[in-house]
Design a protein. Structure first.
Length: 440
């Protein structure tokens, strides 16, 4: 019989209250980066800066979104880019890229992406409630309203858009908030902090689902005139909210609501810890109540360890589960018993190992280095295609969410974060004190 470790709410309250001191404790176990890691840091940062230069299209300043996928110059080994992805700037990828650019020392470029997020919140074309969409049109923001991705089909004489891209997933909102919080710390900006709080307020108002286990659901899906709630709850989304809300709460001001939000989200994550298997359940099923125990997502296993709230020492055994169930060659795959390497997730594993153990294996750094495309970004996978076991949205007929061998902004950003030792959940490098050692 499966046993779930359900930490009482009083302990979750203590978890959030002591998160600040935990995250500021020195991590003496950090090791000096090796040559491959240092090279990855340089080259991934160069790739991100090149993406900024390419997508700004002559506009050297102002709000800017970066394309999530672009073909390598020689196009060798890559399938044709899906039309729906051409010029699409996913919010999650851009939030990661902005945080990674801060880690790379390019605050000016990071601010351009942050400013694009803020402008998108303020000038949504159809939902003026402070949300962000899952994706926007890549390039400088020159129109009065935030431009959503899509394309004109001359044959059909109609505008073609993607329902997922115009929807709003809770995790993407939380990552947009994390970008703005990182910028508020780097710039000491109350404006970025205020915008991050608006995003957190949106998640509280629109995605909180109090049916047990209390937490935040998947967001809203569909066209503007017919959006419907995604009633499942995700471990990944809730750790994102927990960290963003705790960060906003300790930034000062009127923060009682954010403290409570952090407690709620963190308590959900605690309830997803599967003590009998020493790993995290991925979340709930569609009813928002039944725990989903079958599948696994690598990010849901790693992000709580990288975020490292109080009590997370009990979770470190999850690394052993990841090794047994997500390992593929020298890297890691998205799903349980994966069918290939997920570059982004392998970089997440490297970042978690650096934060938790002080270093990642040289073979893992070399694997990541081998995925560099000639346009400076890194391929999403070495394979032609890998599966995730997940559906893109409720309209999907099955598990149709795949990663392809395309140079990917998100993979590049995670490599930069891992190689520089920068923790996106805390805004600090490992050497500056990210995660304290756990007792053995």
């Amino acid at each position: 019989m499966q046993v779930l470790l359900s930490i009482p709410r009083t302990l979750a309250h203590c978890a959030v209250a002591s998160m600040v001191s935990m995250l500021l404790m020195p991590a003496a176990h950090a090791q000096k980066p090796g040559a491959t890691q240092q090279q990855l840091a340089r080259q991934s940062c160069e790739g991100l800066r090149r993406a900024v230069a390419e997508d700004q299209k002559g506009a050297a300043s102002g709000p800017l979104f970066l394309a999530s996928y672009r073909l390598a110059d020689n196009k060798q080994g890559s399938p044709p880019l899906e039309p729906a992805l051409a010029g699409a700037a996913f919010t999650y990828d851009n939030a990661l890229a902005g945080i990674a650019l801060l880690a790379c020392g390019d605050t000016a470029s990071a601010k351009r992406i942050g400013d694009a997020v803020v402008r998108a919140m303020e000038r949504d074309p159809g939902m003026p409630d402070g949300r962000v969409r899952n994706a926007y049109r890549a390039g400088p923001m020159t129109e009065d309203k935030a431009a959503l991705p899509g394309r004109w089909d001359a044959g059909k004489k109609q505008w073609i858009a993607d329902a997922y891209q115009v929807s709003t997933a809770t995790g993407n909102v939380a990552w947009a908030a994390l970008l703005l919080l990182n910028l508020s710390e780097a710039e000491r900006s109350q404006a970025y902090l205020a915008s991050a709080r608006k995003l957190l307020g949106w998640t509280e108002q629109r995605t909180r689902a109090t049916n047990a286990p209390d937490g935040y659901n998947g967001g809203w899906y569909g066209w503007d005139n017919a959006q419907r709630a995604q009633t499942w709850k995700s471990t990944e989304h809730n750790i994102d909210i927990a960290m963003a809300a705790a960060w906003a709460a300790r930034a000062g001001g009127s923060n009682d609501a954010e403290r409570q939000q952090a407690r709620t989200a963190l308590d959900f994550v605690n309830r997803m810890w599967n003590a009998s298997e020493q790993r995290f359940n991925i979340g709930t099923k569609e009813d928002g109540a039944t725990i989903s125990t079958e599948g696994s997502g690598l990010d849901a296993q790693l992000w709580p360890l990288l975020a490292a709230p109080e009590g997370s020492c009990a979770w470190t055994r999850g690394l052993e589960w990841v090794e047994k169930n997500h390992r593929f060659g020298e890297g890691y795959g998205f799903s349980r018993n994966p069918d290939g390497i997920w570059t982004e997730g392998s970089a997440q594993a490297a970042a978690t190992l650096v934060a938790r153990k002080g270093a990642a294996p040289e073979a893992l750094w070399q694997l990541l280095a081998s995925q560099r495309a000639d346009n400076g970004l890194y391929y999403a996978t070495p394979s032609a295609r890998i599966s995730t076991g997940l559906a893109i949205g409720p309209d999907s007929a099955g598990a149709d969410f795949y990663y392809y061998r395309w140079p990917h902004l998100g993979a590049t950003a995670w490599i930069a974060l891992a190689a520089t030792g920068f923790n996106p959940f805390t805004g600090k490098t490992t050497a500056a004190g990210a995660i304290p050692s756990c007792p053995t």
